[in-house]
Design a protein around this ligand. Structure first.
Ligand code: ADP
Ligand code: MG
Length: 318
């Protein structure tokens, strides 16, 4: 059956995802009750067919990406996920597609601890999904981009460049055999949401890595009015990404400027590093120091002491 009305789609597929304050999606707005010692942190991201995912992408992949690209923003700011609004532009109302899309949202809701608060459903081409996510952070503790000082250590979560290389595989520029892991990393972001509560106690500045490490570090440095000295050989890459970089240095540029990592780049005062390490070890998120903040305005990169620059620092839509 593919001829459900808008109201039927909402009742059948979205009401089961709704949570506290959503009134079973039966009212005009939702209500968010914020504990006195916390603040509401909000973010929005759109993913569109042909831009952020391939036209033939599985509904599960689209759902996971639409939600998780927002969760990396919340995590980078030290906020725990609370809920989200879902604005859906659907070219057609396919029940099979909706079932699979909603099933993945439900799974992610329980993994990351948030519920659906409302949304909007329209018919439009191409398929696009806008999610506004809400999180809570302790009052006054949201991690800003502008708090880094010279001397702070610069660190990243996870491995860098997998998704950008995965996209090159899907575009036929790199052989897929043996590199399926990289494609998976492009398809399904794994934002380090569990780190948020530790980060907000320790990080002086943070940004989620969505457009490419080089460009996102430039943004953090500009906001904080610092430079950063980064040793490229210290940047963590997966085995598969490392193997490609060894074959061809150009893949290093792609890995560092290509985007879609949804990891976190952050700074911490060096004297607080060991306390942070002890706390973050409990989160199961891998963390690597890649350099140091220094006086100046833009980051400088070196590979085994040889200075390196990048022709293009990050992905830009326009
Ligand atoms: P209105 O026209 O007053 O904006 P709608 O008919 O669009 O209301 O929506 C009715 C209810 O269903 C609202 O609570 C809205 O938040 C919810 N809703 C609509 N579309 C979605 C969606 N895609 N996901 C979640 N909730 C939705
Ligand atoms: Mg509406």
């Amino acid at each position: 059956m593919d001829n459900l009305s808008e109201d039927e789609i909402i009742a059948k597929y979205f009401v089961p995802l709704s949570g506290k304050g959503a009134f079973n999606l039966g009212d005009d707005t939702a209500l968010i009750d914020i504990p006195a010692d916390r603040e509401l942190i909000v973010t929005v991201d759109t993913v569109a067919s042909g831009i952020d995912f391939f036209e033939n992408a599985a509904p599960e992949e689209i759902a996971a990406k639409a939600l998780r690209v927002n969760l990396s923003d919340l995590a980078a700011k030290g906020a725990e996920p609370l809920g989200y609004l879902l604005a859906l532009s659907l070219p057609i109302s396919s029940e099979n597609w909706l079932e699979r899309f909603v099933a993945q949202l439900g799974k992610d809701q329980s993994v990351y601890g948030l519920t659906l608060l409302g949304g909007d459903t329209t018919r439009a081409k191409p398929l696009s999904i806008t999610i506004t996510a809400f999180g809570l952070a302790p009052k006054g503790k949201m991690i800003m981009r502008n708090g880094a000082s010279p001397g702070d250590l610069v660190a990243v979560t996870g491995t860098i460049g997998d998704a950008a290389l995965g996209l090159q595989i899907l575009n036929g520029k790199i052989d897929k055999v043996g590199n399926e892991y990289l494609v998976e990393r492009y398809r399904i972001p794994q934002p380090p949401v569990m780190l948020a509560t530790v980060l907000c106690d320790y990080a002086t500045a943070a940004i989620d890595i969505s457009d490419g490490l080089v460009g996102d570090l430039q943004k953090l440095c500009r906001a904080s009015n610092v430079s950063a000295s980064i040793a490229l050989e210290n940047i963590p890459h997966s085995k598969q990404a490392q193997a490609l970089i060894m074959q061809n240095e150009n893949w290093r540029d792609v890995a560092l400027t290509g985007g879609d990592d949804y990891e976190i780049l952050f700074t911490i005062a060096s004297e607080r590093w060991s306390a942070f390490s002890a706390q973050s070890a409990k989160c199961g998120v891998s963390i690597t120091v890649i350099g140091k903040a220094v006086e100046g305005t833009t980051p400088c990169f070196a590979l085994r002491k040889e200075p390196r620059t990048f022709a293009r620092s990050s992905y830009q839509h326009f």
